[in-house]
Structure formats: structure tokens, C-alpha cells
Design a binder for this molecule. Structure first.
Ligand code: GDP
Length: 297
């Protein structure tokens, strides 16, 4: 289960507070210190932690929690509310085009889970929306990438438009869009190339695809297990592409939770979905309030 360490530490901090017959200013300071350490250890961005603890402390002071009944319980509620806010408050749905097709561009580093997530998303759209999506294979740098997309697509019975690896990706996308229009596909999901790290050439290519199709949704796929790097990567992609949403993958293996808690605060972009496994059905809508409750245990 994800976030074990963080949940345990936060629970311990709260439990300590609960056991006190009377909560003093010093107890509150100590609790704040424990929360701060727990978040830092969970690899939450330093500035995010600083702001978070400051806000919780101010809210606690403002509500005069020490004078009220059940100060510990009130603090737990403040922490829960602020965690929810930090992660975006409400679930943010996928953007949808007024006229079909809705164009979704998947971007992210190699190995983040783009192709897998493209498949999961297509399955979700098929199941919920009776959608007829078309994939466009725009990763021409690794022949295996096209094969992988085809394998994923076959599992969920979605067609793939591909032109091999010798055609310019922008041209592939242009042709793929024509095919989608002819076939009245209501969604187009573009699987783009990733690299091991952000580089200028890749970003230019993605920017060119963006300019050509003006996507309704640019979903940045981020591996949550990479912690602080995930946040830096998100920032890098967003600076160049102005993404519309984030999918956080591999949350099932993310023991710490830093990326889940920092990405929204740092980039301002909503986490729309989370990947919690390798199966096509392992994609969930991201609900900040549920995630906060899960983190607090
Ligand atoms: P891409 O290079 O960005 O297209 O990444 P892939 O889609 O090929 O995914 C890389 C690896 O991560 C594959 O082995 C996937 O099965 C795995 N993967 C993707 N999403 C998840 C997830 O949410 N949880 C887990 N456990 N594995 C995932």
C-alpha cells in the first residue's frame, strides 16, 4: 500500500496529541515539527512543506483550537482540509471538444507509463462514454514503442494509426487526424515519444505537434516513484507545453507520496488520474479529498 511511512508518522504525531489531557502551545509546536519532518521524509517539495506547515499553524491559531474542545481532533481536521487543498480540492474531469474528435496528447519521459496510460484511458472512455477512440503512434524513435502501443490497443480493441519510424511525427499526426475525421472517431489519443530526460529537440517536436492539432488535453504522464524528480520533470514539461493535466502513475508502488502532494502546488496543474497497477483497468480519477484521507489513514 502506498504512503505507509507517511501515514504512520502522521498518525503517530496526532495520536500523541490526542493522548494529552491538555494541549499546550509547546505541544502544538512539537506536532507541527513532526508533521514537517514526516512530509520532508515523504519527499514533498521543501517549499510546499514550509507553506503547508505555516498555513496549518495559522489556521490552528486563528481557530483558537487550544481553547476549544478536542484540540487534537480539530488539528487533524485542519491538516486533512489543507492536504485536500494542496492536491487541488476537487476532481478535475477531462476536457472535451465541442466537435469530435476530442484530441488527447500524451507526453512524458520514457518509462513513465505513457503508452500504458493511453490504453487505460481509451478503455475508460470506451466503457464510460461508449467512445470510439483512435490511437496515433507518434513515437518514431523506438520501433518497440509502436509494437507496444499495438499490443496495448489489441487488448482493448482500439485501432492504431501508424506510419512506422521513417515519417516525421508531425506528419504522422496530421495524417492520423485525417483518418480520425473520415472514420468519425470521437477521441484521438496521440502517443508521443519520451526520452530519459527532458531535451530541447523532443520539446520542440512536442510543441510542433501541439501547434498542429491544438489538443483539448495535454496529459503529462509522471512516474510518482521518482519523487522530487517527478516534480521537476512536471515543471519542465509544463514550462514548454502548458499541459492541461497530469496523470500520476505507479502510485501502487509509491511508498512516499511526495509527488502526489507537490505536483499541483508546484505546477498549478491538476492531477486528473492516477495509475495504480499495470492492468488496463488500473486507472482511477484523482480525488484530492479521498487521497488526503488515505494519506492520513
Ligand atoms: P512509456 O515509455 O512512458 O510509454 O511507459 P510504458 O507505458 O511503457 O510503461 C513503463 C512500465 O511501467 C511498464 O512496465 C508498465 O507496465 C509500467 N506501468 C505503467 N503504469 C503503471 C502503474 O500505474 N503501476 C505500475 N505498477 N506499473 C505501471
Amino acid at each position: 500500500m502506498a504512503f505507509e511511512g507517511l501515514t504512520e508518522r502522521l498518525q503517530k504525531a496526532m495520536e500523541k496529541l490526542r493522548r494529552k489531557p491538555k494541549v499546550t502551545e509547546a505541544d502544538l509546536r512539537e506536532t507541527m515539527r513532526e508533521i514537517r519532518l514526516a512530509l520532508l521524509e515523504a519527499d514533498v517539495n521543501f517549499k510546499v512543506v514550509k507553506d503547508f506547515v505555516k498555513t496549518v499553524r495559522e489556521k490552528a491559531a486563528g481557530a483558537d483550537v487550544l481553547k476549544g474542545l478536542n484540540p487534537a481532533q480539530q488539528i487533524v481536521k485542519i491538516v486533512n482540509d489543507e492536504l485536500t487543498k494542496l492536491m487541488g480540492e476537487e476532481a478535475v474531469p477531462l476536457n472535451k471538444a465541442k466537435h469530435i474528435p476530442t484530441v488527447i496528447m500524451m507526453v512524458g519521459l520514457q518509462g513513465a507509463g505513457k503508452t500504458t496510460t493511453a490504453g487505460k484511458l481509451a478503455l475508460r472512455l470506451k466503457n464510460e462514454d461508449h467512445a470510439r477512440p483512435l490511437f496515433i503512434a507518434a513515437d518514431v524513435y523506438r520501433p518497440a514503442a509502436i509494437t507496444q502501443l499495438q499490443q496495448v490497443a489489441a487488448q482493448i480493441d482500439v485501432p492504431v494509426f501508424e506510419k512506422g519510424t521513417d515519417v516525421d511525427p508531425v506528419e504522422i499526426v496530421r495524417q492520423g487526424m485525417e483518418v480520425a475525421k473520415q472514420n468519425h472517431n470521437d477521441y484521438v489519443i496521440i502517443d508521443t515519444a519520451g526520452r530519459l530526460q527532458i531535451d530541447e529537440q523532443l520539446m520542440d517536436e512536442l510543441a510542433n505537434i501541439k501547434e498542429l492539432v491544438n489538443p483539448d488535453e495535454i496529459l503529462l504522464v509522471i512516474d510518482s516513484m521518482t519523487g522530487q524528480n517527478a516534480v521537476n520533470t512536471a515543471q519542465g514539461f509544463d514550462d514548454k507545453l502548458d499541459v492541461t493535466g497530469v496523470v500520476l502513475t505507479k502510485l501502487d508502488g509509491d511508498a512516499r507520496g511526495g509527488a502526489a502532494m507537490s505536483i499541483r502546488a508546484v505546477t498549478g496543474k491538476p492531477i486528473k488520474f492516477v495509475g495504480e497497477g499495470e492492468k488496463m483497468s488500473d486507472l482511477d480519477v484523482f480525488h484530492p479529498d479521498r487521497m488526503a484521507s488515505r494519506i492520513l489513514g
